[in-house]
Design a protein around this ligand. Structure first.
Ligand SMILES: [Zn+2]
Length: 91
């Protein structure tokens, strides 16, 4: 499967996965208009920074997963701020 990029007349971008060479010429955009296939350089398309960080972290996790060496600290005790809780019976 290859991810193809489509743009509607309002410049919304839509990705569509299709077998190589079988991408439709147009697809429906989320705005309801028809989006035409756009041509970009392969794998050079800019990736948003947040998405890039997630992809990089996932890739690193595959090779060198972070290992937990000690348990997480105990959570802070719950504090009740409602004064009516003081009137409740204690177990
Ligand atoms: Zn659109």
């Amino acid at each position: 499967m290859v991810t193809y990029l489509y743009r509607c007349p309002d410049r919304h971008e839509t990705d569509l996965d299709a077998p190589m060479g079988r991408a439709p010429r147009e697809t429906d955009c989320s705005c309801g208009r028809s989006a035409r296939r756009a041509f970009t350089a392969p794998m050079v398309r800019a990736v948003p920074a947040a998405r890039g960080r997630v992809m990089e972290a996932a890739e690193q996790s595959t090779d060198r997963p972070a290992v937990v060496t000690r348990p997480a600290p105990d959570p802070a005790p719950m504090s009740f701020t409602d004064p009516r809780h003081a009137l409740l019976p204690r177990a």
